[in-house]
Design a protein around this ligand. Sequence first.
Ligand code: ADP
Length: 606
Amino acid sequence: PEKRPSSGGIWYGGRGEGDSERGQGREGDQDTLGPPRPLEEGPCQRRAPPRGWGTPVGGGGLAPSTKIARAPSKPSKTSIEGVLKAVGRSASGGAARVEAQGEAKRRVAGKQVEEERRAGGAAHLAREDSTQDASSRLAPEGWVNAVSERMPQREGPRMSINVSLARSSKTILSMVARNLNWIEREREETRACLHWVVTPEELEGRLLVRKPNQRMSRIPGMYMLCGKVKFAELFRLLQRREPDKYNFIPRTGIVPDDPEEELRSIVGKGYGILKPDEGTQGDGIYLVKDMEEIKRRMDCIHVESAVLQSYIKKPMLLDGHKFDFRVYVLILSLEPLRVFLSHEGLVRVCTVPYEEPSRQNLHRKAGHLTNYTLNKTNEFYEHNDDPQNGARGTKRNLQATLRHLARQGHDAEDLWMQIKNITGLVSGALGRAVRGEVEGFDRSKLWPLGVYRTAKMSGCKTPFGDPSWEGWERDCFHVLGFDVMFDEGGKAWLLEVNCNPSMAIDTVYPSTSPPELPHLDEGVEALVSEAMGHVRGKGVHVCKCTAHHRPHLHRPCPIDLAAKHSCVNGALSIIHRDYSARKAGAFASPEELAEGLRYDVIFSEA
Ligand code: ADP
């Protein structure tokens, strides 16, 4: 049941589709921005990580870039080039060709940037006369083709994916499977190279019957680690050791564990934001001013624990509205730890103009929180159905928005580099924490009790000794959603890592007649018509479900489709290359795995 605060603070119980899979968990690019380059040494990245901790690639010049690594124990039977060629990088492959052309263009653009930089020194994006050029470097032409081209796979092992437990991700997975020519399996017990699971319980169940080399879409332990309190515990530990490196997470306290004095200092003279541990999609969030309010809110939301964060009160705005970025990160494996950042993502904009928090506006949740679930029912929700347009809409395409910001005089390249730096450092830390390599962090709390019980039954003290878990660090992957916002000074802040980012592609129109779609790029249009058959009511039948309080229509959202199709398409392609390489006894470097795809390597262990 929804509860509302009696006075002050924000509470809102969003329902329906949103930023994460409801109830299942807490729910541009290097190439486009120019050639790979190390970040300038900034305050957040002064120290290199200890040996063996891997390399956040492209982040702060922390360590040399990764080398092509081959498994020493298993001599390569097949050349890696041969394997990769077989899985869709052949010169004759349509998608490969399109992507290669895009890549070539990006390289040329990248070279130009590098030359400009050498010739004219820094701040090439800030030059007034070059803002147009700069914006065109942010997103390469042809990304739409990259999502619509079919990837031929006549050679190499044909991949299969089991989507029986995929829930709201099923539509996008089916579309991508078709695009990549994978076999789709719908019955739970059917064998497949890859099982798409969502909850930790399903993952646990599947791990027990997993076949060698079979891939799982979740990393055990990640679900717990991305919970608000566990995440805060881990990063407080890391921040204490290396405050300059992890200075992109707002000061966070744990309620009720932390002393009142500490909590008071987090709120300071401004406001704090109180978030319940298990909350998602803006659920149960309050802005608070003092200890009394914190206590009152804790009673209201009936949770055992919550985090209190200092509220960033001067955010960067888009036409006077607060916004944040949702970026997608693929952790391909824990052993070795290899992480990739998708170029495509979303921008979520508030529907009410932003005002600094005060007693008068705290109730205007749609001005303070960017969650889609909260904003979709607002009368000012603006549908922007064109992924190429970053200038309008409540939900926008990430790269198009970066281009728009560049045109408005922001250093969009720097914004993107900060995102890369943060995602690289954080996913590296998450990976090490799940592997039990962060000193002082107890990883045993990351596994549900059931895992230990099952392990005990088969005579093991820990699940890792159980034979069915053999190779889990290599075969489990995870797509994480990072929420990043910027303050008015252009500094990035990580708000949350969502272990279960929504892959739903539909949106609701509170209308009984189908809205006109704008003229869309051919590739996106094809995706929309393909997705139309999958959405509730086929896009034309009026629906009265709880997704909206008014009669509405469900339609595929072109913004979601473009971002999520590209993200999943790239992720599955990387997994396929890795799978095929391993089957052939070879080991592909992360750069080889991501080549020609709209992904960057952001963390890698040699
Ligand atoms: P949830 O998991 O419920 O979505 P988040 O941590 O993502 O919780 O917070 C929800 C929204 O609240 C964010 O999308 C952002 O708009 C806003 N928000 C969260 N933390 C802060 C903060 N420290 N300062 C300003 N705004 C914040």
